[in-house]
Write a protein that binds this ligand. Structure first.
Ligand SMILES: *Cc1c(COP(=O)(O)O)cnc(C)c1O
Length: 476
């Protein structure tokens, strides 16, 4: 048997074809050469594995494949999406959206040079976090602050600076894993600190902490259990009591509140979400929280607390590897400035604005989307329905927020297929598959995205109708 690959052109032969020259003009020589190599390699591989049964593609088929490869390769993978999941701080979808002023600040600062580490008045070198320091201390009531890349970095830095070669006392009820393999016991080991577990999963008393203190204790740490909750017969020690204990023994008390907020979320009927100013007020020496969770700003790890301990962290050699860039600082500074006026924050911080939106408003939008759909679009199978959103991002999972949305019945189209099709549409839409149906929660969808939902659902109805027809004709 003859080798079917003998007719396969070489990369150089392909490059002389006029249709490939057109591709070179549109993309670049290097891109086309890479694409041609990949496509030819694929063909050779395919012929080898299918034992000569495959047809070797014609020259024009090869050119089409090269063109497809370039097209796929050019397409960005980090793109904006519509979040119809109802999860406000969806880690997979980038957590908190930024406010307009924060986006403008990033735009301005990123484009040119900026006063990142200089003092404009004196011309002297200054601290990198000068743009956020006063707002952070004002808003939380802390003496000093620091900013690192994320809350995990804040935890690493804290443990390295305060407890390397020492013990850290943590309650057994708070030894949690925070998504993506960030387990406190492992983090401790990585920082050279020894975990000193006290109490039990559901009960830890002040005396448990006190009896664990010795001359080698580096810190007492409280960890907000985030997306994990021990319910029922529980007992834990208050920050006030621990702060007093720490003070007595000259040991810093660290409160890792993770999703911590700087305004009170009880306004949104969300109780027990950690609040940075409260933790400071109750006496924590250091409070750690994320910038892109309940604060509604950019990804960052915010450190607030007593000057003595904050400085110990910010002067640690590891700080250099964890410091944030000018874009993050610009976004964070602009976000914090909005919080000076809480009313303004409720309107301008997207996370808070989404929470402020009334259920009546969401119901109106859901009804309007339903009426805008042409009658053929899944008539009878698509409804405006009440649903519930959640905060997500390591906040309390048990708290539900009333909402409204659109539900596409699974009888008319499989929910997984609907999800796949809307995800791969333009723009990409993420919803929720639940109870055999597909749901879009409008609380996390911006009103100016509603028209995209209408178009996408109509496109879906059309393609489902065509599928039906082709199946019918195949049968006849
Ligand atoms: C989310 C969270 C973290 C991790 O924060 P990142 O900013 O995602 O690094 C750490 N600790 C707690 C308690 C959290 O909730």
């Amino acid at each position: 048997m003859q080798n079917p690959l003998r007719h396969l052109p070489s990369v150089n032969e392909l490059l002389t074809a006029p249709s490939v020259k057109v591709l070179v003009d549109r993309a670049s020589h290097n891109t086309v050469v890479t694409a041609a190599r990949r496509v030819l390699d694929d063909v050779r591989q395919q012929v080898k594995t299918t034992a000569h049964e495959t047809q070797v593609p014609t020259a024009s088929e090869l050119v089409d494949r090269i063109s497809d490869w370039i097209h796929q390769h050019d397409r960005a993978t980090l793109v904006p999406v519509i979040n119809g999941t109802g999860v406000l701080l969806h880690t997979g979808l980038g957590r908190a959206p930024l406010s307009n002023v924060a986006v403008q600040a990033v735009d301005q600062i990123a484009r040119g040079y900026c006063s990142l580490e200089v003092d404009i008045a004196s011309g002297k070198r200054s601290q990198r976090n000068q743009s956020v320091e006063s707002d952070l201390t004002e808003l939380t009531g802390a003496e000093a602050s620091g900013v690192v890349n994320n809350n995990s970095a804040a935890t690493l830095l804290t443990l390295s600076a305060l407890a390397q070669g020492k013990e850290v006392i943590v309650s057994r009820g708070q030894l949690v894993e925070i998504g993506g393999n960030f387990r406190l016991p492992d983090v401790m080991t990585a920082c050279g600190a020894t975990l000193r577990e006290v109490g039990t999963t559901n009960k830890t008393r002040l005396s448990d902490y006190e009896s664990a203190i010795n001359e080698n204790t580096g810190a007492i740490m409280l960890v907000h259990p985030s997306n994990y909750r021990v319910v029922g017969f529980t007992e834990s020690v208050t920050i006030e009591a621990l702060a007093a204990l720490g003070q007595k023994h000259q040991i810093p008390v660290v409160d890792d509140i993770g999703s911590g907020a700087i305004v009170n979320f009880e306004r949104y009927k969300l109780f027990d979400e950690p609040h940075a100013p409260t933790s400071i007020k109750k006496g924590a020496d250091l409070v750690l929280f994320s910038g892109d969770k309940l604060v509604g700003g950019p990804q960052a790890g915010i450190i607030c607390g007593k000057k003595k301990w904050v400085e110990k962290l910010t002067q640690h050699p590891m700080m250099r590897a964890m410091r944030v860039d000018k874009m993050t600082l610009a976004a964070l500074a602009a976000t914090l400035k909005i919080y000076r006026d809480e009313k303004r924050a409720q309107m301008e911080i997207p996370l808070l604005a989404m929470l402020e939106t009334s259920v009546e408003n969401l119901k109106l939008r859901a009804d309007r989307i339903k009426t805008q759909l042409k009658p053929a679009a899944f008539d009878g199978f698509i409804e405006a329905v009440p649903t519930s959103s959640t905060l997500g991002g390591g906040t309390l999972p048990t708290q539900q927020i009333d909402s409204w949305g659109i539900r596409i019945d699974g009888q008319v189209a499989s929910a997984d297929r609907v999800a796949e099709q809307l995800r791969n549409g333009q723009p990409s839409i993420f919803g929720r598959v639940s109870e055999g149906a597909y749901w879009i929660d409008l609380r996390t969808v911006s009103p100016d995205e509603d028209s995209h939902l209408v178009t996408a659902i109509e496109g879906l109805a059309k393609s489902t109708a065509t599928d039906g027809e082709s199946e019918a004709s195949a049968e006849s």
